[in-house]
Design a protein around this ligand. Structure first.
Ligand SMILES: Cc1ncc(COP(=O)(O)O)c(C=O)c1O
Length: 399
């Protein structure tokens, strides 16, 4: 629809005005459109004031319809009061942490985490006077002992990267709250479709939406969800730091999330079947997946997650580079990719990816050997997937 006055203009003005607005009121698209505009026009100063009062759309860095849609979706999925959508999982993690700490605070964090999250503590927050110490969050006594009088924040992951350990969220949140601290949980590996850490006592959930939430390996995005009092602080900081998700990525992630529930169920079922096969294999030295009775936190995982234990698992193979290469070269369905949570099965090698910044000794101290492979399980036919791994193990290790 052309704007009314276009006919009155010269061509060089008309070319700027024609089609600039179309009748939204007459259009109720079935799918959410992409709103790429950096700003939204306001009628007059009263309209501007109204936008401020009602958190309307003015400037993209503050608010954008696609980002708001994604934030609302995340609030629903995680069962929080509010959310912000961020440019990546790391943007969500750093924004949530910086917004909820100040100089003099102490953070107690789990020792096995996504490697770059550890670097936020040791390389960024440390510079601003926030100290972090690390403990094994699967050992509640260690968590209690790790507290200091100035501990204001505890941090862990629902299922840890890459060792797939499971902390007791309820118990850790009770310890945090009894000491006046808050608990932040990274729920990237499970998502709110499988477990809701906020309902178990966490105060803030951070997520890399790049992974299972989007599920299609084509967008980088993150979110902070929780009680409004914490998310509002993160929003204020996000506007200043510019950690917001862009409209197209927000749109892609909203689109991906529509099938999250179906995908994560199939991924969890495939992962459990694969874990069982690996456990029975003579070539695999260790398997980490909470579905297995041999997993140290299996009973807790049943309590926290029910019957579905997520799509992430890790295996340990003998530390023999040549045979590991042969194993990987012989896989056809599973591909090596430095990401996770997509619809296809992928694997990565933590010593040369998420934990490459650590020395071998540091990695061994948290249980990451040079034979560890992390597998993100997809939605393929279960038998096809098992056969692919079976034949690659045989090809590499049958002497
Ligand atoms: C558990 C976890 N949290 C956060 C991140 C960071 O997410 P992003 O790459 O979207 O910044 C990752 C990345 O792999 C991750 O595995």
């Amino acid at each position: 629809m052309m704007t009314e006055k276009t006919d009155d203009y010269n061509f060089e003005t008309g070319i700027l005005e024609a089609g600039a607005y179309f009748a939204f009121s007459a259009s109720e698209p079935e799918a959410l459109p992409i709103h790429m505009s950096t700003a939204h026009n306001v009628k007059d100063l009263d309209d501007l004031q109204k936008r401020y009062d009602e958190h309307g759309f003015c400037y993209n860095r503050n608010r954008n319809p696609n980002r708001t849609a994604l934030a609302e979706l995340m609030t629903y999925i995680e069962g929080g009061e509010a959310s912000i959508a961020c440019s990546s999982g790391m943007a969500a993690i750093s924004t949530a942490l910086l917004a909820n700490t100040k100089a003099g605070n102490h953070i107690l964090s789990d020792k096995t985490l996504y490697g770059e999250t550890i670097e936020i503590f040791t390389k960024i927050l440390a510079k601003y006077g926030v100290e972090t110490t690390f403990a094994d969050f699967t050992d509640i006594e260690q968590v209690k002992k790790g507290l200091k009088p100035n501990t204001t924040l505890l941090y862990t992951e629902t299922v840890s990267n890459p060792l797939i350990s499971v902390p007791d969220i309820k118990a850790v949140s009770e310890i945090a709250h009894a000491n006046g601290a808050i608990l932040i949980i990274d729920n990237t590996f499970m998502t709110g479709a499988l477990v809701k850490p906020l309902a178990l006592g966490a105060d803030i959930v951070v997520s890399s939406l790049t992974k299972f939430a989007n599920g299609h390996s084509d967008a980088v995005c993150g979110a902070v969800t929780g009680a409004a009092k914490y998310v509002d602080k993160a929003y204020e900081l996000q506007v200043l730091l510019g950690t917001q998700s862009d409209p197209f990525s927000s749109w892609l992630v909203c689109r991906g999330i529509r099938t999250l529930n179906l995908r994560v169920k199939k991924q969890a079922e495939n992962a459990a079947a694969l874990a069982k096969m690996f456990e029975e294999s003579e070539y695999v030295e260790a398997v980490y997946h909470p579905s297995l009775e041999s997993h140290p936190q299996h009973e807790l995982a049943v309590k926290e997650f029910g019957e579905l234990f997520g799509g992430m698992l890790s295996i340990e193979l003998p530390e023999d580079r040549e045979r590991m290469n042969k194993f990987m070269d012989n896989l056809h369905i599973c591909h090596y990719a430095m990401t996770l949570g997509g619809y296809r099965t992928t694997m990565s090698y933590p010593p040369m990816s998420s934990h490459s910044d650590m020395s071998k000794e540091e990695r061994m101290a948290i249980g990451i050997s040079d034979g560890l492979l992390r597998i993100s399980v997809g939605i393929e036919n279960t038998e096809d997937l098992l056969n692919d791994f079976r034949q690659a193990l045989e090809a590499a290790y049958k002497s």
